[in-house]
Design a binder for this molecule. Structure first.
Ligand SMILES: Nc1ncnc2c1ncn2[C@@H]1O[C@H](COP(=O)(O)OP(=O)(O)OP(=O)(O)O)[C@@H](O)[C@H]1O
Ligand SMILES: [Mg+2]
Length: 244
């Protein structure tokens, strides 16, 4: 990556929980405007990687850089204000607030925007994810696919330039997934850079420019979706013989 400063870079990032090494010396870089897929078996450390990047967990060693600046020790709200926001593997929202209010809260928290600006932007993002019709409904009433889109609207409303999506397409039907894939691509078209964790290979192939594969906390492969899917180490650790 000579001459190009990555938007986000992890250098030798490790995270242990007691005796368990959830991340072991992970190096990776997210380029400007890129969609980077993160795949690997259950327990490989994917969500832990996102938690470390987002400041929810401190790395045991190693450093995360945002546009070349170390983010070591920054709490999650500071990381968010710098421009990095993530969804949770299990969507988190305020069930009794309306859909619009949920997005509004994210805008107020993430950007420290004024109420008017946050309100205008919340409506814009709801329109972008196709939830304008539900703006006044309690969030608890949303379907799975609507909750995923609410989650996306909330991270976008923070104003973050780097968006981390943790299995945001899990549990969607075929058609919903196709729609979700094009929605994620249109997020990138708005100038964002994304890291996307997904187990469904069809989603990863549809969305990712490049893929990093984790296994037992280590990066075992990196490349285009086609390259990693043909990689014997990846087939062996994750995809199984059906892909071979
Ligand atoms: N807060 C924690 N305390 C202790 N162990 C943890 C904690 N968070 C994660 N782990 C462990 O770290 C390992 C990596 O977990 P992680 O959630 O990052 O995996 P993952 O790749 O996201 O898996 P999945 O595909 O199932 O979501 C697992 O063994 C998990 O049990
Ligand atoms: Mg996970």
């Amino acid at each position: 990556m000579t001459g190009i400063v990555a938007v986000l870079e992890c250098r030798a990032v490790s995270k242990s929980f007691g005796a368990l090494l959830a991340l072991n010396g992970v190096d990776l870089a997210l380029r400007e405007g890129e969609i980077l897929g993160i795949i690997g078996p259950n327990g490989a450390g994917k969500s832990t990687l996102f938690n470390v990047i987002a400041g929810l967990e401190r790395p045991t060693s190693g450093t995360v850089y945002y546009r070349g600046c170390s983010m070591s020790g920054l709490p999650t709200h500071a990381v968010c204000r710098m421009g990095i926001a993530k969804t949770f593997q299990i969507p988190r929202f305020f069930p009794r607030l309306t859909v619009l209010e949920n997005v509004l809260v994210a805008g107020l928290y993430g950007k420290g925007a004024g109420l008017r600006e946050a309100q205008r932007e919340a409506e814009e993002w709801l329109n972008f994810v196709g939830l304008v019709d539900k703006a006044g409904s309690p969030a608890a009433k949303l379907s799975i696919s609507e909750r995923r889109r609410l989650d996306l609207a909330r991270v976008l409303a923070t104003g973050a330039q780097v968006i981390l999506l943790d299995e945001n397409m899990a549990g969607l039907s075929h058609n919903e997934m196709e729609a979700a894939v094009s929605l994620v691509r249109s997020v990138r078209d708005r100038g964002k850079s994304l890291m996307v964790i997904e187990h469904v290979m069809r989603a990863i192939v549809g969305v990712a420019d490049r893929v990093v594969v984790l296994n037992y906390g280590e990066k075992i492969a990196e490349g285009s979706p086609g390259e990693v899917m043909r990689d014997p180490a990846v087939i062996n650790a994750y995809l199984g013989e059906a892909y071979a």
